[in-house]
Write a protein that binds this ligand. Structure first.
Ligand code: SF4
Length: 44
């Protein structure tokens, strides 16, 4: 379960975020490309 204390600092302000449990499956990027993008290094 996502933990707001582990959110990546690049996450946009607000209640939606990516935390450090992300395993880079990129399902969210495929499903919501206008809201989510891959990190610069591609690790989350
Ligand atoms: S890439 Fe996958 S694991 Fe990471 S936040 Fe998106 S859906 Fe979740």
């Amino acid at each position: 379960m996502p933990n707001k204390n582990d959110r990546w600092p690049e996450s946009a302000p607000g209640k939606w975020y990516v935390d450090q449990s992300c395993d880079a499956c990129f399902l969210c990027v495929d499903e919501a490309p206008r809201n989510v993008r891959e990190s610069a290094e591609g690790e989350y």
